[in-house]
Design a protein around this ligand. Structure first.
Ligand code: PLP
Length: 454
């Protein structure tokens, strides 16, 4: 399998090259040359890790099979259940629990794998990297847990000082491994992102320090996420499935779209947004235009530009790279794209979308708890609300985070705090390590230089 850019300027990449490149050098996103069709009968009796191997093998042909198996084994041995992503049936929907990894959110499924893959590839090539990224909370902790203690890798994560949740901060800053550097910026998440972008733009600095990114546009992250759609199908044994996905950057739901194209019998993907509704407007009205980011109870979906959207656009335009490029450049310039009815019709064959208010989020958590005793987190609640609203039967709702990550919202909904897993309880009172810096590119650069010189 070879990989290329959605904008047509890069092609013929191996899986490893695509993985290391992250964002394509022509500004596009990386996609496989084709999407392989899967023989579902062959997958029937597999457990999660075996299933992951069958799927990965279709997309990776430059790493030997034994090593792929080792990477899978290592990546998913950190989960607290053998099932990795169990499916439970509650209140007329299936809940696909994606929060059994070390940071209790679905991003672990991809980032545990990415960490192991990084270590493996760097060792093979005899080189090292310094990962640099910005986070509003969840991605940072999942990336840190994916990369902590790994050889040939340091990780620098910027977060807005005093503006991430208490548990997210604890998760990031209590890691003791010497290769992890938490930087708290006196500013907003946007300031953090701007600093990272500016540092990556300084090519001389970037090359000198072997800087690399682990953001949500890496193809390897999508690949790891495809697996649980298949797993849900094997567990439910239902032949006409719907998936409801709480969506921000369009990464998770895009993995479902790829699974559908691989032959998984998905009738439709239900895209749930909170008040940050750019994707809801896209699916329902053909209006993909940027708005102001609003803070909600489901912060990991507080996003107005969906970084994986370009990948979908590529398939929507049947692989026409020129068309993708023209449209993405227009979006860059105007902050807005409008889609005509015939294109929209095609979108709706694969997607429905619902927007979920704060009130409906809280009500859904409460009703679900009243009726089942099961607590869903505010992100999952958006997906469950959308599933109910759709009226479809056989909906699998992706549970993207453990409720204990968002105790305040749960308290608001049901009047008590959720039981925290042992690993979260243990964080309390642990020593925190972080460096508080001004909102300044130069300060961050100097900190990186100094840390690496020590
Ligand atoms: C990141 C995240 C999402 C959104 O996923 P995307 O791939 O960005 O669409 C939803 N829920 C939780 C808990 C997350 O951490």
């Amino acid at each position: 399998m070879k990989y290329k850019s959605t904008r047509g300027g890069v092609g013929g990449l191996t899986f490893t090259e695509a993985f290391l490149m992250g964002l394509a050098t022509d500004g596009g996103l990386i996609v496989p040359d084709n999407i392989p069709i899967v023989d579902l009968d062959r997958l029937k009796d597999l457990n999660y890790k075996e299933l992951a191997f069958e799927i990965f093998k279709l997309f990776i042909d430059d790493i030997d099979e034994g090593s792929i198996k080792d990477l899978i084994e290592k990546s998913y041995s950190t989960f607290d259940t053998e099932e990795i992503t169990p499916v439970v049936r509650k209140n007329g929907v299936y809940i696909l629990e994606l929060f059994h990894g070390p940071t209790f959110a679905f991003k672990d499924v991809a980032l545990q794998f990415l960490g192991n893959l990084f270590e493996y590839v760097l060792k093979e090539r005899g080189t090292y990297v310094n990962v640099l990224g910005a986070t509003s909370g969840d991605t940072g902790s999942a990336a840190i847990y994916g990369l902590k203690g790994r050889e040939n890798i340091n990780i620098f994560i910027l977060h807005p000082h005093n503006k991430v949740s208490r548990i997210q901060k604890l998760q990031m800053t209590t890691v003791e491994d010497r290769n992890v550097y938490n930087i708290a910026i006196k500013g907003t998440f946007d300031d953090c992102q701007a600093i990272v972008k500016s540092i990556f733009g300084d090519v001389e600095f970037k090359d000198r320090y072997h800087l690399a990114a682990v953001n949500s546009i890496n193809w390897a992250r999508i690949l790891a996420q495809i697996v649980y759609y298949f797993y849900a199908y094997l567990k439910t044994q239902v032949d006409e499935l719907y998936f409801s996905v709480p969506t921000g950057n369009f990464g998770d739901i895009f993995a479902g779209y790829v699974a559908k194209r691989m032959g998984l019998p998905i009738k439709k993907l239900i895209l749930a947004t909170n008040s940050n509704d750019i994707l809801y407007r896209f699916v329902n009205f053909g209006d993909y235009s940027k708005g102001e980011v609003v803070k909600t109870l489901s912060p990991s979906m507080d996003i107005q530009i969906a970084s994986n959207f370009e990948r979908y656009l590529y398939y929507l335009y049947d692989g026409d790279c020129e068309k993708v490029k023209v449209n993405m450049e227009r979006f860059q310039k105007d902050g807005s794209l409008k889609f005509p009815l015939d294109v929209l019709k095609k979108v709706r064959e694969d997607f429905d979308s619902f927007r979920v208010s704060e009130k409906d989020t809280l009500n859904t958590i409460k009703t679900f708890h009243d009726e089942t005793g099961y607590i869903i987190d505010p992100h999952t609640a958006c997906g469950v609300f959308a599933a109910k609203r759709s009226g479809y039967r056989n909906v699998v709702c992706l549970a993207t985070a453990h409720p204990a990550k968002f105790p305040e919202a749960i308290y608001e909904a049901i009047g008590r705090y959720p039981e925290a897993p042992e690993a979260i309880k243990k964080l309390e009172g642990k020593k925190q390590r972080l460096k508080v810096l001004d909102n300044s590119v130069d300060e961050v650069k100097r900190f990186i230089e100094k840390s690496l010189a020590d």
